[in-house]
Design a protein around this ligand. Structure first.
Ligand SMILES: CC(C)(COP(=O)(O)OP(=O)(O)OC[C@H]1O[C@@H](n2cnc3c(N)ncnc32)[C@H](O)[C@@H]1OP(=O)(O)O)[C@@H](O)C(=O)NCCC(=O)NCCS
Length: 175
């Protein structure tokens, strides 16, 4: 088996270089047509501002952030939104699962998901939820045991325009 050319880790703070590299990952995903909150073209400035807000949430303990790094820098990421209402302390939302196109189809998405699930357990979370508008991501989540709830039609705009539905998933970590 060929060893992966990247590694995955949890980070508790982001420096300027990491913010810039994560902005690059987000811009690449939007350019590639992924429906991940932003319209095309996504400027470097707006992408950097997004990751600075994420870094604040991470520093405040509201989010857990996982990153993947290859020889060229950060190439993938996923977040857990840990800060939930007081009647849902056991739940987290999985968010912004992004792999740069240069690093796709090598198992990195699966590695990020496994790391996110392990982090959720460490944080005392037993129920995870997410939604996605990406067929490849749907296959990934189902391969890893996530349960499909259903589709909400016309949920968001694609980066180049045009409505798309989103598919809701959950994962019970007690099982
Ligand atoms: C969805 C996404 C995260 C998947 O990331 P990834 O790193 O390519 O995921 P994986 O490599 O684990 O799996 C993807 C495919 O590669 C295949 N694969 C994994 N390792 C492989 C290898 N060594 N050789 C060949 N194929 C491989 C998997 O079987 C899977 O195949 P499938 O699409 O036919 O089911 C990525 O496409 C992405 O970032 N998309 C844009 C952003 C987005 O939409 N994110 C989802 C938001 S909810």
């Amino acid at each position: 088996m060929i060893a992966p050319t990247w590694s995955v880790r949890r980070v508790h703070a982001l420096d300027d270089a990491q913010v810039d590299q994560l902005a690059g990952v987000l811009i690449d995903c939007v350019e590639g047509g992924a429906s991940v909150s932003f319209m095309h073209p996504l400027s470097r400035e707006r992408a950097v501002a997004f990751w600075r807000r994420v870094a604040q949430g991470v520093a405040a303990g509201e989010r857990a952030l996982l990153v993947a790094e290859d020889a060229r820098g950060l190439c993938g990421t996923v977040q857990l939104v840990l800060d939930q209402t007081e009647n849902q302390p056991h739940r987290a939302e999985l968010s912004k699962m992004l792999v740069h196109r240069r690093a796709r189809r090598q198992g990195l998405g699966a590695a990020l998901m496994r790391a996110a699930e392990a982090t959720a357990r460490e944080c005392g979370k037993t129920l995870l939820v997410l939604d996605t508008a990406n067929d490849e991501a749907e296959r990934l989540y189902e391969r890893l045991g996530w349960a499909r709830v259903g589709v909400i039609p016309d949920y968001a705009l694609l980066p180049q325009g045009g409505l798309c539905g989103t598919t809701v998933y959950y994962r019970n970590l007690r099982g």
